[in-house]
Ligand binder design. Sequence first.
Ligand SMILES: Nc1ncnc2c1ncn2[C@@H]1O[C@H](COP(=O)(O)OP(=O)(O)OP(=O)(O)O)[C@@H](O)[C@H]1O
Ligand SMILES: [Mg+2]
Length: 218
Amino acid sequence: MIDCREIQKSYGTVSVLKGLSLSIAEGELVAITGQSGAGKSTLLHILGGLDSPDSGSVQIAGKSLSSMNEKQRAAFRNQDLGFVFQFHQLLPEFTALENACIPALIGGASWKEAKLKASHWLDYLGLSERMNHKPQALSGGEQQRVSIARALVNKPSVIFADEPSGNLDSENAQKVHESFQKLRKDFNQTFVVVTHNQEWARVCDREIRLLDGRVVTS
Ligand SMILES: Nc1ncnc2c1ncn2[C@@H]1O[C@H](COP(=O)(O)OP(=O)(O)OP(=O)(O)O)[C@@H](O)[C@H]1O
Ligand SMILES: [Mg+2]
C-alpha cells in the first residue's frame, strides 16, 4: 500500500531524514516511534503528501506522489488519505456531523450524501447520540472520535495519525486505539500511527522505530 525509497529531508542545515526507506502492506496497522525530534511527524507529512521530500520517492496505492502537481496531490489526499492529528482540529462553529462531512463536501458530495456517510461513521464510532453537538460540548475523547469519522468519510486507502491519543487520558486513548483495531479488522483499513505510547505500539502489527533519520532495523 505504501512504498517509500531513500527519502531525504533537511530543514536548513538540519538533516532530519537521511535516506529512509519503508514499505507498508494493505491492512497493516503500523506504529511509528522514536524520540522527540526523530522526524516522525516529518515522515508522516511526507508520506501523506502534506510536505515534499528533498529527494526520494513515495508511492501510495500504486500512485507516485512526486509525479502529481499540487492540485492532483490535494485531490488524492482528499479522496484516498485520511488524517488524524493530536489536536482534533474540528471547526468550533459546526456540529460533529457537519465537521465529519467536510472532506466529503470538498470531494464534491452533496450535503445529503455527505451527511449520510458521516452519520454512518459517527454511529460506527459510538457517537450517534452526539452528532448534533458542537465540539465544545463534547469530551476530548469524543472530539477525537469525530475527527476519526471525518478521516473515514471518503473511505481512504490509508489513515495517517500523528499522536492521536497524545492529548487524551488513558481510558479515551484506549477507545481511540480500539477503534483503529476494529476498523482494521472490519475493513482491512491501513493505518500509520505516530505514537509515544509503547504499550500501544506493541499492540500494533509492527513498530517502525526512527533513529538518527533512519529506520532502526531490529
Ligand atoms: N518546518 C520546520 N522548519 C525547521 N525545522 C523543522 C521543521 N519541522 C521540523 N523541524 C525539525 O526537524 C526535526 C524533526 O521534527 P519532527 O517534528 O518530525 O519530530 P518528531 O519526531 O515528530 O518529534 P515529536 O515527538 O516531538 O513530535 C526537529 O529537529 C525539528 O525541530
Ligand atoms: Mg511529532
